[in-house]
Design a protein around this ligand. Structure first.
Ligand code: NAD
Ligand code: TYD
Length: 348
């Protein structure tokens, strides 16, 4: 089986590529990535010599490049993660989100349709999406299910919602086998330090201010990236085409409580006085259109495909802090752009 993974040099994509390359030596895994600021081949150093792994630098919006890849590798399945993924960036520069997430997804779908020529036996287009397409919940116990109406509120979530709709349109119009999963916030190793958890761990270690948006009362449902990669593996193999699966950790935290936990975890690991790093907390202007709460009802994937998270948050967060403490060079090189420069030159 030849699987095209898009965005495999990014945070979640690199965990998915590693899992597929190592667990399925009979498969050929092709990683298509543009190596934007968020793509880092250093994330895959441990598998890049495997004979079943191939890297292709390119853009998912490039029609010729993508259709040539389908031809070159006789792609059977697509696991599509490539995207612009940071809400704050979508507020300052929405257009790139439309280009990559909407046009890029449309191009991949169309190239798959043309390459497969209506013969969809053993073919699959699997889109990795987000719970943010469902909008924002009030405080309380309500959760997003697969039936929740779409109500995206940021340019990021609107572009992901649009790409989900495009994927479904190919299922209904062309009967192309497609799947979508909508996952909650991920955390873990190799997370680019602009998102809350890696940014704050880095700032706490370096005693820099911790910019909390608004009052820190917003709620997110955190899932370890390896639990997400395992869910993607299961859906890829056992998911029913045309279906949608929600993935989440049943692990809701207000930002401020989570930030205090991160402060205390780092203090404890670095031998600082517990409470010392909480002094770095700085309340700043709220994010425009800041969604209040996300929470996923993951009962469908649990019931139908037998997936449940394996990491407890306590264990996952402690391991993540350890990973950032042990990989200071990775952190310095991604923040300075050094890795990017190196790999951009290598794959000109
Ligand atoms: P990321 O920003 O870390 O990685 C994105 C990858 O896509 C990078 O390697 C980048 O180089 C690549 N890319 C960007 N534009 C490209 C283009 N035009 N052509 C080819 N490659 C391109 O993102 P992530 O956090 O790993 O998220 C991966 C996917 O999972 C995204 O689709 C995102 O919407 C979805 N998702 C993320 C989360 C989360 O918490 N991070 C949660 C649910 C769903
Ligand atoms: P983020 O990691 O950007 O993920 P998302 O917006 O996709 O949920 O942010 C998680 C939460 O943390 C969100 O409520 C915004 C908040 N946040 C801050 O308070 N300060 C920050 O510097 C960042 C990056 C996020």
């Amino acid at each position: 089986m030849n699987i095209l993974v898009t965005g495999g040099a990014g945070f979640i994509g690199s965990h998915v590529v590693r899992r597929l390359v190592t667990q399925y030596p009979d498969y050929t895994i092709i990683n298509l990535d543009k190596l934007t600021y968020a793509g880092n081949l250093e994330n895959l150093k441990d598998v890049d010599n495997n004979s079943n792994y191939h890297f292709e630098k390119g853009c998912i919006t490039d029609e010729k490049f993508v259709s040539d890849l389908f031809e070159k590798y006789k792609i059977d399945k697509v696991v599509h993660l490539a995207a612009e993924s940071h809400v704050d960036r979508s507020i300052t520069d929405p257009l790139i989100f439309v280009k990559t997430n909407l046009i890029g997804t449309a191009n991949l779908l169309n190239c798959a349709r043309q390459a497969w020529e209506g013969n969809y036996k053993d073919k699959l287009f699997y889109h990795i999406s987000t719970d943010e397409v469902y909008g924002s919940l009030e405080m309380g116990t309500e959760m997003f299910t697969e039936e929740t109406s779409y109500d995206p509120r940021s340019p990021y979530s609107a572009s992901k919602a649009g790409s989900d709709h495009l994927v479904r349109s190919f299922w209904h119009t062309y009967h192309m086998p497609t799947l979508i999963s909508n996952c909650s916030n991920n955390y873990g190793p190799n997370h680019f330090p602009e998102k809350l958890i890696p940014l704050f761990i880095n700032n706490i270690v370096n005693k820099k201010p911790l910019p909390v948006y608004g009052k820190g009362e917003n709620v997110r449902d955190w899932l370890h990236v390896k639990d997400h990669a395992r869910a993607i593996d299961i859906i890829l193999h056992k998911g029913v085409p045309g279906e949608t699966y929600n993935i989440g950790g049943h692990n809701e935290w207000t930002n401020i409580e989570l930030i205090k936990l991160m402060c205390d975890t780092v203090d404890q690991k670095l031998g600082r006085n517990i409470g010392e790093s909480q002094k770095l907390i700085t309340f700043v202007q709220d994010r425009a259109g800041h969604d209040l709460r996300y929470a996923i009802d993951a009962s469908k994937i649990e019931r139908e495909l037998g997936w449940i998270p394996e990491y407890t948050f306590e264990q996952g967060l402690a391991e993540t802090v350890d990973w950032y403490l042990e990989n200071k060079e990775w952190l310095e090189n991604v923040t300075s752009g050094e890795y990017q420069e190196y790999y951009q030159k290598m794959y000109k």
